[in-house]
Design a protein around this ligand. Structure first.
Ligand code: CP
Ligand code: NVA
Length: 339
């Protein structure tokens, strides 16, 4: 498998066996890290990490991953570079591509990461756009594989805003790798019809399936994996909170909903999650909307604290897997030597 020189922008660009290879490589790198086997396969290389939006996991995964591979890493945050303000994406790509061996981009417009890829001349990795979050899916699938031993045939229910970057990317990933994907959301929050059509074809090829339902209980009954994400994503205006709570409060993942899943079911969330009063935004939303919508009165939104802290929850191993999987993407696309 040779992925040297490839961008990693959306899973749509990758064949199922290439995605499987990246997950397998992640597992190898994880084992090497755990057993203290050095894997500095890319000495002398440098990567730049461009963030128009905030990040904890993705930024740290790229930084630690780069260091573990022997590379240097530069972080450019939402402020502090010329990009987008005094300099176009196209010019930024042509400058950074001459200094760095790879570029990570987290931002708003998916067309921006595509433009970076077009002009950089080096691999560009999508660290999240409004449309897709492909590196997250690799970590999610590594976590599922660790739990169940394989991915094919896994019943994967995504509950919440199913047309955001996570809903889109998980649907693509499931369709490519033969999982049975269910989007559990009000109809107006289902993915775009055009993307569903593409994924239906992919699922037919892989032996997977897609299902869409507005009924939370029906949507998670028998599920092996229940996944949710924030109701309002980065970059959306604050004033959508009210409407989104109204649309999604019945889709909150709580212990009662988890009762309907398979006995072996796990809970996943890309994080960050609102599951209590210990965040600024969680507290603010609880104060503003808690009276009208009692489910959010304690700052619990897409998931309750009880579920996040339950024995079924794998959210922290999942977060750790961001690092192993992102490392695999950098190693494979930058073409280091490895076994
Ligand atoms: N899951 C994820 O992408 O987290 P960050 O926003 O912290 O990078
Ligand atoms: N849908 C979320 C994912 C965060 C990792 C967002 O875009 O904010």
């Amino acid at each position: 498998m040779n992925l040297q020189g490839r961008h990693f922008i959306t899973l749509l660009d990758y064949k199922p066996e290439e995605i499987e290879y990246l997950i397998a490589l992640s597992a190898t790198l994880k084992k090497q890290k755990e057993t203290g086997i050095s894997h500095k396969h890319l000495p002398g290389k440098n990567v730049v990490l461009l963030f128009q939006k905030d990040s904890t996991r993705t930024r740290c995964a790229f930084e630690v991953g780069a260091f573990d591979l022997g590379m240097g890493a530069t972080y450019l945050g939402p402020s502090g570079s010329q990009m987008g303000k005094k300099e176009s994406i196209k010019d930024t790509a042509r400058v950074l591509g001459r200094m760095y061996d790879g570029i990570e981009f987290r931002g708003y417009l998916h067309t921006d990461v595509e433009q970076l890829a077009e002009y950089a001349g080096v691999p560009v990795w999508n660290g999240l756009t409004d449309m897709y979050h492909p590196t997250q899916v690799l970590a999610d699938f590594l976590t599922v594989q660790e739990e169940f031993g394989s991915l094919k045939g896994i019943k994967f229910s995504y509950v919440g805003d199913a047309r955001n970057n996570m809903g889109n990317s998980l649907m693509i990933g499931c369709a490519k790798l033969g999982l049975n994907f269910t989007a559990v959301a009000p109809r107006e929050l289902w993915p775009e019809k055009s993307l569903i059509d593409v994924c239906e074809k992919l699922a037919a090829e892989s032996g997977g399936s897609l299902r869409f339902t507005e009924n939370p209980v029906a949507g998670v009954t028998g599920a092996d994996v229940v996944y949710t994400d924030v109701w309002v994503s980065m970059g959306e205006p604050k004033d959508v909170w009210h409407a989104r709570i109204k649309q999604l409060h019945d889709y909150q993942v709580d212990s009662a909903l988890m009762e309907h899943t398979a006995e072996r079911a796990i809970f996943l969330h890309c994080l960050p999650a609102f599951h209590g009063m210990d965040t600024e935004v969680g507290t603010q939303i609880a104060q503003e909307f808690g009276e009208e919508y009692p489910r959010v009165a304690q700052g619990e939104m897409e998931v309750t604290n009880e579920v996040i802290e339950s024995a079924r929850s794998r959210v922290f191993p999942e977060a750790e897997n961001r690092m192993h999987t992102i490392k695999a993407v950098m190693l494979a696309t930058l073409g280091g030597h490895y076994e």
